[in-house]
Design a protein around this ligand. Structure first.
Ligand SMILES: [Mg+2]
Length: 237
């Protein structure tokens, strides 16, 4: 079995890594299954995950880039969008800063390859709306997670990243052997197209904004974030 999981709000609790996170890793490892983090966080975070936790692969930047260890144990990164889109993104980011000089790009935007991120909690509603309208006008894709507004060029989604990963890196596994856990609108492509999708109970804050909901929605305080992931995984294996 393979478990894909969002990171912020799904494997963390109020922004913190708790014992539950390490228990999930241990439990899955002990049962010879695999955990693959699928996050909107940057490529650099992916390097951190693979360096410091016993993980073989992760999918970062909302599905824009796959990181895995090759047969020699070296970390290899595979961007899933062509260079021309990466160049367009660099150009647009310059334009965005020109139109909105104080737009708070995330501190980790420098470590991003296939997208950029904005710290929307530092902006008021009108400012957020103006930026989104500008992106739509310029035909730039964006999504809002529980920490950032991420924007990118080209066809990127968590679902496309996971599909590519299963096809190219774990060809023996089908979607039936795979589960996904998430908590926010930037997980929606997985809720829409991936069969075994599970929302941890804190997803209730944004359920009414989701067009596509997870097939299974956990409830109760005992299923918030990583507690919900751990309980559900224990019920499966
Ligand atoms: Mg999340």
């Amino acid at each position: 079995m393979i478990f894909f999981s969002d990171f912020d709000g799904t494997l963390t609790t109020n922004g913190e890594l708790t014992r539950d996170f390490f228990e999930i890793i241990d439990y899955i490892h002990k049962h010879n299954h695999e955990l693959v983090i699928v996050s909107g966080r940057s490529l650099s975070w992916g390097h951190f995950f693979l360096t410091h936790f016993p993980l073989k692969a992760c999918i970062m930047e909302g599905g824009g880039v796959v990181l895995h260890r090759d047969e020699r144990g070296e970390i290899v990164q595979e961007p899933l969008v062509p260079n021309v889109e990466l160049e367009r993104l660099t150009h647009f980011t310059g334009q965005l800063k020109h139109h909105f000089p104080h737009v708070p790009l995330s501190a980790d935007s420098f470590g991003r390859l296939t997208d950029r991120a904005i710290e929307f909690h530092l902006m008021d509603e009108q400012w957020i709306s103006d930026v989104m309208v500008y992106m739509e006008k310029e035909k730039i894709n964006y999504s809002k997670s529980n920490v950032h507004i991420n924007f990118w060029c080209g066809n990127i989604s968590k679902y496309l990243g996971v599909k590519h990963f299963l096809h190219h890196y774990r060809p023996g596994l089908s979607q039936k052997d795979a589960w996904f856990f998430g908590d926010a609108p930037n997980d929606e492509s997985m809720f829409e197209l991936f069969h075994n999708s599970v929302g941890v109970s804190n997803i209730e804050h944004c359920l009414d904004r989701l067009k596509h909901k997870p097939r299974i929605i956990l409830e109760g305080e005992e299923n918030i974030g990583p507690k919900g992931v751990l309980n559900y995984v224990k019920g499966l294996c």
